[in-house]
Design a binder for this molecule. Structure first.
Ligand code: DON
Length: 319
């Protein structure tokens, strides 16, 4: 399909133009039926592959949406970006860099080989190893307090109290041997210094928080707005932390396909296996999609196509 292309210099176009392009991006992506719904977490296998939502929230809180933008799904790996932001805000740039790292692994999100190849260093907070290390570092006196800190922090990004999907949490906990192994491996390397089982539990809860595409777009808009939620007006993290988080999302947010994503879309993004993607246009807004069928790297097929369309048509590509 012909995709209109704008240069990335100006502000977002007017509301009616954005609305028309959201509709066009949605219609274009909806013609695609490739991909498969994740089933390694049994509760995710029951997702309706036809559900498809698209939301754009700009840095003034203006909202443009199409399809199932209010449908709820588990945030999954998208939580990693926002928990990392909370960590950077709590412990600072240097400590986060030293312990978790910022380089792409070039390997799958749940790779154990990547840990071994790097002498026990998780390399970045977007893969499971780095996300488990990130969650472990969130300052808290107990796993329960750590969970409440994360739930509250992610809720501030979204501008509403996010709740747990109990069925997804229970299902993932029962099928979580790989994450348990990764956490123990990190403990053996001294990269996790609290009880690894507690870390896996909190990490699994953070992944099981329910969000909509609209919520994710508000969360993305908060990073686009230098850490201030444009809907609530609340500062969630500092501008420096928002910038650091976007850098890490750019390098590794789409796992081993992060280079292709940057090449096609040119914006920081983060995906989750339930079918969500959040994408951030710094200074402009957040774009989020929800469509469960995934490609081989675990990224939503329709989400990537709709976001690529909007990046071009709205002139968002940073490069
Ligand atoms: O740990 C896991 O495997 C899931 N809770 C999250 C993985 C995920 O979202 C990978 N994304 N594309």
């Amino acid at each position: 399909a012909h995709v209109p292309q704008e240069a990335a210099t100006g502000p977002l176009p007017g509301d009616s133009r954005v609305d028309a392009l959201i509709e066009a991006a949605y219609a274009h992506a909806a013609t695609h039926h490739e991909g498969t719904v994740a089933d390694y977490i049994p509760a995710l296998a029951t997702a309706d592959p036809a559900q498809f939502g698209l939301s754009l929230v700009d840095v003034h809180g203006g909202t443009h949406e199409a399809g199932d933008a209010a449908a709820l799904f588990s945030i999954q790996s998208i939580s990693k970006a926002f928990v990392y932001a909370l960590l950077c805000d709590a412990v600072g740039h240097e400590a986060a860099l030293a312990t978790v790292g910022v380089n792409n692994t070039g390997l799958a999100f749940n790779s154990v080989v990547a840990i071994e190849l790097n002498g026990g260093h998780p390399r970045n907070p977007m893969v499971n190893a780095g996300a488990l290390a990130t969650t472990a570092l969130i300052p808290a006196a107990s796993p329960e307090r750590r969970w409440l800190t994360i739930q509250h922090g992610l809720s501030r990004f979204a501008g509403r109290a996010l709740e747990l999907d109990d069925a997804v949490y229970a299902s993932e906990m029962a099928a979580n041997q790989r994450n348990a192994a990764i956490a123990q491996l990190l403990e053996s390397y001294g990269r996790i210094r609290v009880d690894p089982a507690g870390v896996v539990d909190v990490y699994t809860r953070q992944c099981s928080l329910l969000v909509s595409a609209h919520d994710l777009a508000v969360m993305g808009a908060t990073l686009a707005d230098g850490g201030v939620n444009p809907v609530t007006g609340e500062r969630v993290v500092s501008a420096e932390v928002a910038r650091d988080t976007l850098a890490v999302m750019s390098a590794s947010g789409m796992y081993e396909n992060s280079g292709e994503w940057l090449f096609e879309i040119g914006l920081p993004g983060k995906s989750g296996v339930a079918g969500g993607i959040v994408c951030v246009a710094p200074g402009k807004g957040g774009i989020a999609t929800f469509s469960p069928p995934l490609d081989a790297a675990g990224n939503s097929v329709r989400g990537q196509i709709a976001t690529a369309y909007l990046s071009r048509a709205l002139g968002l590509n940073l490069f």
